[in-house]
Design a binder for this molecule. Sequence first.
Ligand SMILES: Cc1cc2nc3c(=O)[nH]c(=O)nc-3n(C[C@H](O)[C@H](O)[C@H](O)COP(=O)(O)OP(=O)(O)OC[C@H]3O[C@@H](n4cnc5c(N)ncnc54)[C@H](O)[C@@H]3O)c2cc1C
Length: 380
Amino acid sequence: MGERSAIVVGGGISGLAAAVALRRRGWRVRVLERSPRFAEVGAAISLWANALRAFDHIGVGERIRAFAVPERSAGIRSQDGRFITRVDADELAHRVGDVVILHRADLLAVLLEAAAGLTQGGVEVLSVSSTPDRAEVRHAGGVETADLVIGADGIHSAVRRSMWPQARPPRYAGYTAWRAVTPPLSIAEASETWGRGMRFGYAGLPDGRVYWYATANAPAGVRATDELAELRERFGDWHEPIPTLVRAATSVLRHDIYELPDLPSYVAGRVALVGDAAHAMTPNLGQGGCQAVEDVATLAALLDEYDVPEALARYDALRRRHTQAVVRRSRQAGRLGQWSSPLAVAVRDRLLAALPIEAMMIRQLKPILDWRLPDPLPTA
Ligand SMILES: Cc1cc2nc3c(=O)[nH]c(=O)nc-3n(C[C@H](O)[C@H](O)[C@H](O)COP(=O)(O)OP(=O)(O)OC[C@H]3O[C@@H](n4cnc5c(N)ncnc54)[C@H](O)[C@@H]3O)c2cc1C
């Protein structure tokens, strides 16, 4: 095969990972990113064993590990600090592999470095189309064509809207999420606390800073004039270190949580969707980015073996059902955590205390975290 060309729409985790993976295989790649600057919002990110394995396939696993620390959660606590259920983090890591946490800016820096020379900011893709031989991308600066277009442009994907005009729009999950990173602080151990319709979790970053996130049931689109004041109000009487962590943050991000209804296909002509563009999910399993990296590693490996149409058909077969199942599981986990009626919450907390949570977590997570590239890749 001669040199093959790809245009990647979107320069987030998925798009940059795709560019790196394809360049290593000799493709000519261009990443078109709407923002003038490549910057990752969202504080920190947890990467589970499946994502680390996928990053190894892409060739940046070791670089990423160098910026990360293991994230060892002690379990789920109630608002007053009592453990509803404890988790043996070492046992969990032993059974399902390590989960690590790092600052998103560090992850993006590693990917940007590996994708140097391939990226162009300030280019908003308006639409995409495909013939059997070429895929075409339109933006304000004109029209470009390539052998393959990868739609890595996130939950509100323009690529998806172009190629799947009938697809249902993202669906609001009923709750909003805040995220922040504090200056270095000492915390005993990572954990998540469940209240009534609200949750708060935190974990230490490699340099002693602390990543925290909070959720609350709320109508979509509502914003406080001062989000940190709102959070001090909401979480001020929760157990320590929660009030301290909220007070220590100087800025906070807020995003309403959406997920994407199932698509009938992730591929059309010479266009493939990866990451949130294909399967945006609620963050409850910490798998949105992880599944995106799996998508990219799988697609790249298939493109080694097959021509574009064949590789895309196999990519859809390998990835769609799997990722849509993760979307469902993540939704279910979030619903339980966001229960708000006092009676239901009391029953939930008692059940969590009585059930073998660790074994259940392992059963739920193992099929997701055990992901490996099929070897050999499926044949016709
Ligand atoms: C609160 C929260 C916590 C999370 N925690 C975790 C976690 O711990 N672990 C994990 O694995 N995942 C987590 N996720 C999910 C994870 O953040 C996403 O799955 C991941 O960032 C998706 O990356 P992406 O590259 O597919 O999409 P995006 O990050 O959305 O990137 C899309 C890019 O495309 C660009 N773009 C959009 N439209 C266009 C256009 N028309 N033309 C050109 N460029 C365009 C955008 O500017 C953007 O840079 C979390 C999500 C949330 C909301």
